[in-house]
Write a protein that binds this ligand. Structure first.
Ligand SMILES: *[C@@H]1O[C@H](CO)[C@@H](O)[C@H](O)[C@H]1NC(C)=O
Ligand SMILES: *[C@@H]1O[C@H](CO)[C@@H](O)[C@H](O)[C@H]1NC(C)=O
Ligand SMILES: *[C@@H]1O[C@H](CO)[C@@H](O)[C@H](O)[C@H]1NC(C)=O
Ligand SMILES: *[C@@H]1O[C@H](CO)[C@@H](O)[C@H](O)[C@H]1NC(C)=O
Ligand SMILES: *[C@@H]1O[C@H](CO)[C@@H](O)[C@H](O)[C@H]1NC(C)=O
Length: 600
């Protein structure tokens, strides 16, 4: 390979792949690609199952109307509840690769000096050969962490031949995602795009198995379109989990057909709901993009919205004005802890919901954060806040829930408090999600549990907007300047500086299966969700895929990351995601001029 450049700083900035691959070599030859490029893929058998005739001969060519179908795969399927096969996933990835390169791409003026001219016509890419080297596991659409090899290799030679190989369908999806990031839209030709970096050789694999984003859709409602757009961006960042915090104290938007009153009374408005059809469609939408949706029904705290339809199940409901004695946020309220009515309710709820999750996910999140013990002084089935009284009841509550989750073949996830504050004995299968500190992650691994990280000081994307509570004039001076508990705003550099393995003993690091960035929605809705999430969640995605340390074992450099993240932001915007800029074009137009402390 002639001019071999690895993350060179001052040559071309336009070599950005986000998240950074493990091994990346490239030259600086321009290669063009046209909309009629062939994607050759032999498939993995079962070809007759596919609807697309192009796939029958093992190839794929663009057709003028193909993009219209992208959004409606789910509706075209006769078996609406069926999860996609590996074949469906690859077929979809090829279609969206072409859509991304030719319809949702951008002209890279921000990454070149003023008056820069795009390259002249030259060699063009003739074919893209896709090869699945291994056999997909049965649950390819809903894998348990670690059960699918997502590695891939990508080779683009001087003659314009491309090979993408992977051991699984999901590896092919990740490889094609990288492939889209090699190309820029042409100013001159609509149906052509070009790379400046040929030839290219990439070998890549994720650092962490579980790479997620959590969106709270209870405190504010998000439309299915918002959610799908978020899933698009998740997949584009090679994240593979979308955690839907679907209910909370403020609203219950999820329709439960056997108990329609839950959303009828608990949703903010009758139309601000997720019907079973929409819920299935969202799960399918995620899984065909190689993203597994994980549903959370938080309990026993964070359940006050249930009291709007089932007041008999909830203790300490909506206490005012001293709600803060009983909960972290208004409205207060928690499941009664020693109530057979609660048990029956949960049995019925899980019986209804879990079979609708099971086709698309191997997990169910039963919550368990911020349970307020004082609330149980107002629980007529307990009337105590004594941990010695409450703890055995909580153990029984969680055991029952997890038994029912396991009956469907699902793996339970809980928030860290269940293990660390309530001292519960949890099954070996249970994954514990940490949010409070690095020490908590270390403690969870010390107890032998798999853990998800996401320290709020780094990865809570809601932080730093200031308070959403209002303060009476008599006390408001005490709270000036109204910062929230997790201020300051977590700039992408702060998100990016998080090293989730710092402080975890080497022998326990295998238990750290991954993490999630979090978007709690007190001050976020449709109007600002894109810019609240992106590109900061992309900074988390790179830590999750590439790790917090670079190939030399050093902290990743902002100076390396910034131009790549700026480019990723352009790619997200081109794909319809309203991601914020992270710097001025001045900073990326002519080498890197916006830095301090850099010694070449
Ligand atoms: C580049 O040249 C090739 C061969 O001459 C031609 O087929 C192709 O259409 C040209 N592409 C563009 C973008 O002009
Ligand atoms: C596929 O699996 C083999 C054998 O485990 C491994 O060497 C290779 O790195 C994997 N990934 C790719 C893209 O071939
Ligand atoms: C739980 O309820 C049962 C049945 O009503 C009662 O006998 C028991 O004392 C209660 N436990 C506690 C801790 O209040
Ligand atoms: C859990 O254990 C800690 C330390 O022994 C104790 O302080 C705490 O009260 C226990 N929690 C409960 C709910 O029993
Ligand atoms: C690397 O980052 C960590 C924070 O994750 C920091 O504590 C440490 O000082 C940094 N190391 C260097 C050499 O700057």
């Amino acid at each position: 390979m002639k001019s071999l450049i690895i993350f060179s700083l001052f040559t071309s900035l336009a070599v950005a792949i986000w998240p950074a691959p493990v091994h990346y070599e490239h030259g600086n030859t321009a290669l063009w690609i046209s909309e009629s490029v062939r994607f050759n893929w032999a498939g993995a058998g079962n070809v007759g199952f596919l609807t697309m005739q192009e796939v029958n001969d093992g190839s794929f060519r663009a057709q003028s109307n193909e993009y219209d179908h992208l959004q409606s795969d789910y509706h075209k399927r006769t078996h609406a509840s069926a999860a996609p096969s590996g074949q469906d996933i690859i077929e979809h990835a090829i279609k969206s690769t072409k859509e991304t390169i030719f319809k949702k791409n951008f002209v890279p003026w921000r990454f070149h000096p003023r008056n820069w001219k795009e390259p002249e016509n030259g060699t063009s890419i003739s074919e893209v050969n896709i090869e699945v080297l291994g056999k997909d596991p049965k649950n390819i659409a809903k894998p348990l962490a670690g059960s699918v090899d997502e590695s891939y290799s990508l080779d683009l030679n001087e003659k314009g031949k491309v090979s993408i190989a992977a051991n699984s369908s999901l590896g092919i999806v990740r490889g094609l995602t990288t492939f889209t990031q090699l190309f820029f839209a042409s100013e001159k030709y609509d149906d052509w795009a070009y790379t400046l970096s040929g030839p290219i050789k990439i070998l890549d694999a994720p650092k962490f198995q579980h790479r997620g984003l959590n969106l709270d859709v209870s405190r504010n409602y998000f439309s299915p379109e918002d959610i799908k757009r978020t899933i698009d961006a998740i997949a584009y960042n090679k994240m593979n989990r979308f955690h839907l915090h679907v209910t909370d104290s403020q609203s219950w938007p999820l329709v439960i057909p056997s108990m329609p009153e839950l959303s009828a009374k608990g949703a903010y408005r009758p139309e601000l709901i997720y019907t079973p059809e929409v819920f299935a469609e969202i799960q399918y939408y995620a899984s065909i993009r190689g993203v597994e949706l994980i549903t959370e029904i938080d309990m026993p705290g964070h359940t006050s919205s249930i009291a709007l339809s089932h007041p008999e199940l909830i203790a300490a409901f909506d206490k005012q004005p001293n709600w803060d004695t009983y909960a972290a946020e208004p409205p207060s309220g928690t499941f009664k802890l020693n109530s057979t009515a609660v048990t029956s309710f949960l049995e019925k709820l899980f019986d209804d919901l879990l079979p609708r999750i099971q086709p698309y996910s191997s997990y169910f999140h039963t919550g368990g954060d911020e349970v307020n013990k004082n609330a149980y002084t107002l629980d007529d089935t307990v009337k105590s806040s004594d941990p010695a009284v409450l703890q055995p009841l909580m153990q029984k509550f969680v055991d029952r829930n997890h038994d029912q989750v396991r009956k469907l073949g699902l793996t339970p996830i809980v928030w860290e408090e269940m293990l660390l504050d309530w001292n519960l004995t949890l099954g070996n299968d249970v994954i514990v999600q940490s949010w409070q500190s690095d020490e908590a992650v270390a403690q969870i691994t010390a107890k032998g549990h798999k853990v998800l990280f996401g320290n709020y000081n780094y990865w809570y994307l809601d932080c730093g907007k200031g308070q959403w509570l209002n303060f009476d004039p008599s006390v408001s001076a005490n709270f000036w300047p109204y910062e929230d508990y997790c201020a300051p705003f977590h700039n992408w550099r702060l998100v990016y500086s998080y090293d989730p393995l710092a402080g975890i003993p080497t022998e326990n690091q295998h238990l750290v299966i991954g993490g999630e960035a979090h978007m709690w929605a007190e001050q976020t809705d449709s109007t600002n969700v894109d810019r609240m999430l992106w590109p900061r969640a992309a900074a988390a995605a790179e830590i999750l895929w590439s790790g917090a340390k670079d190939a030399q074992g050093q902290n990743r450099s902002q100076i390396d990351a910034a131009p790549r993240l700026s480019e990723m932001r352009e790619r997200l915007v081109a794909r319809g995601v309203g991601a914020e800029p992270i710097q001025m074009p001045y900073c990326t137009m002519d080498g890197m001029r916006c830095q301090l402390g850099y010694k070449p």
